[in-house]
Design a protein around this ligand. Sequence first.
Ligand code: NDP
Length: 330
Amino acid sequence: MSETFKAILVSRDDDKKQSVAVAELTEADLMEGDVTITVEATTVNYKDGLAITGKAPVVRRWPLIPGIDFAGTVLSSSHPDWNTGDHVILNGWGVGETHYGAYAARARVNGDWLVPLPGKMSAHDAMAVGTAGYTAMLCVMALESHGITPERGPVVVTGAAGGVGSVAISILSKLGYHVIASTGRSAEAEYLTGLGAAEIISREELSAPGKPLGKERWAGGVDAVGSMTLANVLSMTSYGGAVAACGLAGGMDLPATVAPFILRGVSLLGVDSVMAPKALRLEAWKRIGSDLDLGKLKALSTTIGFDGIIDAAHDIVEGKVRGRLVVDMQ
Ligand code: NDP
């Protein structure tokens, strides 16, 4: 009989009521793919929280093993790029949404979706970064491509104490930017300055309805919140600046005007990690290897076990998680 392993499975009944349970599966139960991986570490991202709680329609195949990212070792491969024993990372590509995801001891995926684990990182380190951190890097790269340098002025980071925010602050400060962190959790001020934030502002300062054009306060922004917060970040961006938008923790809407775009030449840069092309992913992970302080990574991450995933999923959608959560699967 084949060996069984534990997996988290979200299911839906005939009335479309969602439930979540731990199931015993075998490799034969996994979906198609040309690489099978032993999952060593994974994470709980905001999107995983939405998938497990059912708070937003992330899951698009039933039943499904959630978990949008993992790091592990190749167990078997018929893909030309990968051999048994290779250390790999997966982020996105619909894994944990339409394809069985990370919350199981084994995963089987398309080898084109994998990237190599950067040299000096462990599986645990890579998942302390996770999709949230890799997205933060994509945001920083988007700002750089737009010519936003530390000399141009401060960069604001919203949802600062969350996963994207914490990693964005760490990277931006290492690159020499003056980082303004916006948080709803004033108790996390010391944590945020420890990561490299030069100034802390309250979430309320950006979430209340503001003017179409405000005082110019920053040259750039990394926004994980959306809604009124993003509108206000745009309205306070200085002439020719840019804001990288990647998240919707505060809402999906964008109650903004065109004033910052047409009167200040401000740019709104959309950032997607899920379908990002491989070349961009490789560049982002290479940059994470060089521009993220591993000491700070330890400070911003908390480790839990497989049994803690479901509770953590609820906590993250309630905004209770600080920094990044790493799930040790070993
Ligand atoms: P976290 O839950 O770790 O962080 C989100 C942070 O946003 C919270 O910590 C909190 O920060 C702030 N926040 C929460 N609720 C609200 C609210 N109602 N109003 C204003 N701020 C709020 O999530 P992640 O960092 O993992 O993800 C952040 C966002 O980015 C999510 O929307 C996620 O879906 C998105 N994302 C998008 C990706 C992409 O490819 N585009 C990839 C990865 C993530 P604080 O307490 O400091 O105020």
